[in-house]
Design a binder for this molecule. Structure first.
Ligand code: FE2
Length: 203
């Protein structure tokens, strides 16, 4: 079920039946401890996680990645970290409704100053309702970027129509400074391919 990305990083995924796009989740390991990023629920998942490491937390990068985040954090009795950002720009109440509606009330909101397990650091992606997470040499994003045939792509290219690539340009303008600032060598994405190395040379 798990596909190795690096010696301490695994991923698992399935197809999104609405878009036809692959969805992926990541398991990060350090010092015998495990953190789950945007985990999709799968039969046997919880047992597999506990074999690999002691589950410490579930971290969600972006609100649309509800996936199995709430369920798995409750089943494993571990903290759920949800982004301290608004679901929509205008209205904080929408975020509260989202948290209530999708049973995430036990979660704690995190921001750039939160000390997440395994030394993970959060970075707000300016202008997007999404957090990027730095773990070791990798930057982890939910939706903003992904690999296609080994090339770095920015949302929504390859997923939704984007006349003259204007939306993808807006995303890349927000994310590229963060990729450079963090010095991440690879990208782990909630969709399609990871970029295991050479990230800085791509921006
Ligand atoms: Fe997504």
């Amino acid at each position: 079920m798990f596909e190795p990305v690096a010696k301490n990083i695994f991923r698992w995924g399935t197809i999104d039946g609405e878009t036809g796009v692959m969805m992926y989740s990541h398991l990060l390991l350090k010092d015998g401890k495990a953190v789950l990023i945007d985990p999709l629920a799968m039969p046997g998942l919880n047992r597999m996680i506990q074999i690999l490491g002691k589950p410490e937390a579930v971290v969600m990068t972006v609100y649309p990645h509800l996936r199995g985040c709430s369920l798995i954090s409750r089943q494993l009795n571990i903290p759920l970290f949800i982004p301290d950002i608004k679901v929509v720009e205008e209205d904080e109440t929408v975020t509260r409704m989202f948290i209530d509606l999708y049973d995430m009330k036990h979660g704690q909101q995190y921001n750039e100053s939160t000390e997440l397990p395994l030394g993970i650091r959060a970075h707000n992606i300016a202008g997007r309702h999404e957090m990027a997470l730095k773990f070791d040499d990798y930057l982890i994003v939910g939706d903003s970027a992904y690999g296609i045939n080994g090339q770095l792509n920015f949302y929504p290219s390859g997923i939704w129509p984007d006349d003259s690539s204007s939306k993808a340009r807006t995303t890349s303008d927000a994310l590229i400074p963060l990729i450079r600032k963090t010095g991440a060598k690879g990208l782990l994405s909630g969709h399609m391919e990871d970029i295991p190395s050479g990230l800085q040379e791509m921006v």
